[in-house]
Design a protein around this ligand. Structure first.
Ligand SMILES: C[S@@+](CC[C@H](N)C(=O)[O-])C[C@H]1O[C@@H](n2cnc3c(N)ncnc32)[C@H](O)[C@@H]1O
Length: 318
């Protein structure tokens, strides 16, 4: 997949896994639902590959959704506003740090989308962090100034070209966001990971109730909805995330993501592995189109699954 436009720096973005996730799409997706959209990396990739006709983009983070909507529907405005905020940071480090803090204060008062775009481009690891009062409190990255306005403008226009006129935007809980999905659609879910945010209560995934999530997947099964879930993962021998119940009859694929930076620093060979779960309706849909696989737009991406285990599992799925 050629380089795709990505205006929003977002920790946990699936942009690097997009082609492998798209390899699990059936050929005939009407609407791609992305209820935990974040930076909407999968919708962007699916639009670029012609892998869905339209898009339902949702995230509980309302300013983030307003930013995505602004990028898609009013690219010119967002690009201009970003350029103004970015340019005002000046060249001196001390000045740019106090500029970041002023923008952060302004964002916490106004929730203006272009301010969030700058904060994400400039903050540590593109990681959204809020304090208990709901105020954005992430620090600036002192080593970089954030994406230059010309590059940002290209990324913004690129995403707008891909998604304009065929995307709807929502900021509600994921359960509400997927309630109108039908059997000809596909739901891609990337909920916040258990363990990553330091959340210790096993029932909750950074605010997401595990039991309720599993129940909502069972309901999607009853409605015959095709879905893909990016969920637990492994780093070396360490697993994070609760295993989804067997009763859901999901097909689990493992994607080798690569060596983690921590492992590299420690001189270890641990690789990060992420799981993808495919719903039984999706597996049935994929095997029905088996005879059409030669013509399947994404067949080439199948060999991007990087372990023999992945390939064996995929062969079983197909
Ligand atoms: C792992 S991130 C998704 C990253 C995304 N796949 C990407 O490529 O950028 C999870 C997202 O779920 C959102 N979220 C958390 N709880 C939610 C809920 N109950 N309903 C909808 N979205 C939620 C968070 O705001 C966050 O953006």
């Amino acid at each position: 997949m050629s380089r795709l436009p990505h205006p929003i720096q977002y920790q946990g973005s699936k942009r690097n896994l997009a082609s492998r996730i798209l390899a699990c799409f059936p050929a005939d997706v009407q609407t791609l639902y992305e209820p935990f959209a974040g930076s909407a990396a999968i919708s962007i990739a699916a639009a670029a590959e012609g892998a869905a006709k339209d898009f339902a983009i949702n995230d509980l983070n309302q300013p983030l959704v307003r930013l995505l909507q602004g990028i898609v529907e009013n690219p010119c405005v967002i690009a201009e506003e970003y350029a103004a905020v970015w340019s005002n940071q000046g060249d001196e480090l001390a000045q740019s740090l106090s500029h970041f803090n002023a923008v952060r204060d302004a964002f916490n008062r106004t929730h203006a989308p272009e301010l969030l775009l700058y904060l994400l481009a400039r903050c540590v690891k593109g990681a959204v962090r809020y304090n208990r009062q709901g105020l954005f409190n992430q620090s600036p990255d002192k080593r970089r100034k954030g994406t230059r306005p010309e590059t940002m403008r290209r990324n913004i226009y690129g995403v707008s070209l891909l998604l304009k006129g065929r995307s709807r935007f929502l900021s509600v809980d994921y359960l509400e966001a997927i309630q109108n999905a039908t059997a000809s659609d596909l739901v891609y879910m990337d909920p916040p990971y258990q363990g990553v945010s330091g959340e210790r209560d096993g029932r909750y995934l950074s605010g997401l109730d595990f039991e309720l999530f599993a129940k909502s997947l069972a309901q999607l099964n009853e409605r015959d909805i095709s879905y893909i879930v990016s969920y637990d993962g492994k780093l070396g021998d360490y697993s994070y995330g609760q295993i989804l119940p067997d009763s859901l009859e999901l097909e689990r694929l493992e994607l080798v993501v690569g060596r983690s930076s921590t492992a590299t620093l420690l001189g270890r060979n641990d690789v990060t592995i992420e799981s993808l779960y495919l719903s039984r309706a999706l597996v049935a849909r994929l095997s029905k189109s088996r005879h059409r696989l030669g013509a399947h737009k994404h067949t080439a991406s199948l060999n991007l699954f990087s372990t023999s285990h992945d390939l064996e599992t995929l062969e079983a799925v197909y």
